[in-house]
Design a protein around this ligand. Structure first.
Ligand SMILES: [Zn+2]
Length: 169
């Protein structure tokens, strides 16, 4: 809402609206009593400044915020109302729907990923079991091939294929 308010208003119209009488971009400061004009605005920078109360400088929102002692967001709301800007400060129905849909997609992707990860760990632990059996029963050259090694080897590859099928690695 801040940017919307700033894009719709000019510092000049705001300070004048709230009673600051500008001449040559200078005026009596609304924040302190004075005889010389130390308050000024800059059209190019869209800011105000008072040379006497030096902390009093900023954009049109902080002008209203300081003048009425409001939080910046409330200053925005005041400007919105006083200048009839018609800004809601809320998301439109379409924007809401879009962000809701995105959140749903993200959540589903996260769940899918976690499920896949769990599956990966399960498969990997099975793969590890059979890999261990393979190593332990690996026949030496010239030895007869034992059945345990053959079966373990097949299962080891079966689980490895499943792991690759998950496309996590
Ligand atoms: Zn001042």
């Amino acid at each position: 809402m801040f940017n919307e308010v700033k894009n719709n208003l000019k510092i000049r119209q705001v300070v004048e609206f709230y009673g600051v009488k500008l001449s040559n971009n200078k005026a009596f400061c609304p924040f302190h009593n004075e005889k010389n004009k130390s308050f000024s605005i800059s059209d190019s920078k869209q800011i105000f400044r008072c040379h006497t109360c030096s902390d009093k400088a900023g954009d049109l929102i902080s002008f209203v915020s300081r003048l009425y002692n409001l939080k910046p967001i409330d200053a925005c709301k005041k400007l919105n109302e006083d200048f009839l800007l018609g800004l809601s400060g809320k998301l439109t129905k379409a924007q809401k729907l879009k962000s809701k849909r995105q959140a749903t997609i993200m959540l589903k992707a996260k769940k899918d990923y976690e499920a896949k990860r769990q599956e990966y760990f399960d498969l990997y632990s099975m793969f590890g079991e059979f890999d261990k059996i393979c190593i332990e029963n690996k026949p030496n050259k010239g030895d007869e091939v034992n059945n345990l090694w053959i079966v373990a080897n097949e299962l080891r590859e079966y689980y490895w294929d499943k792991i690759l099928g998950l496309e996590l690695i």
